[in-house]
Design a protein around this ligand. Sequence first.
Ligand code: AMP
Length: 214
Amino acid sequence: MKIIMLGAPGAGKGTQAKRISDKYEIPHISTGDIFRANIKNGTDLGKKAKEYMDQGLLVPDELVVDLVVDRVQKEDCMKGYVLDGFPRTIPQAQALTKALESLSTAIDYVIDVDVPDEEIVSRMAGRRACLSCGATYHTDYMPSAKGEICDRCDDKLVLREDDKPETVKKRLDVYHEQTQPLIDYYSKMGVLKTVDGTKIMEDVFEDIINILGA
Ligand code: AMP
């Protein structure tokens, strides 16, 4: 089962993608996590990506397309995968469609987690991330049991640079301009499903299971 998660930054698509990955035993491929790991490890890719990420801008298509196209051809992706944060532009989506076509395959489901902008802004301010293991929390909706410390690996939690309010506003503008057109793109391909992302996490997941099948 090959799945793409769509939705504004902060809509909860990462959380849902992790749950889908666990339930259906398919890899969760988050381009944001891949970039953050590269930043942490000080790679050239990480250095280039950081310049854009810190400003709330998208990393150029050429830095992300090959990375994902290579990743989905790895052995562990044979049963499927859930893409989180990719594609984010029409050229990325077209490149993915073309690459999959050349492998005689296609995306099965695109799930759009729909949340209005006002709610996104208030949600993001409470978001906390562990830069060591990639776990994410929310001060109100999903706090770490250890406060500002990661439950999983005991590292300190932070408000990511790109989750700061001024950057969030920029990221939402970028989302509406560059990523929202994908809703139309995948709708025309007949694979788009929309879920109401304002519901509680469990209910959103249930709606997703109803789409994907138990
Ligand atoms: P995320 O964790 O998915 O919200 O991604 C964090 C940041 O990484 C984004 O704001 C972008 O700067 C960058 N990024 C992640 N995925 C992509 C992508 N598919 N295309 C361009 N930039 C991306």
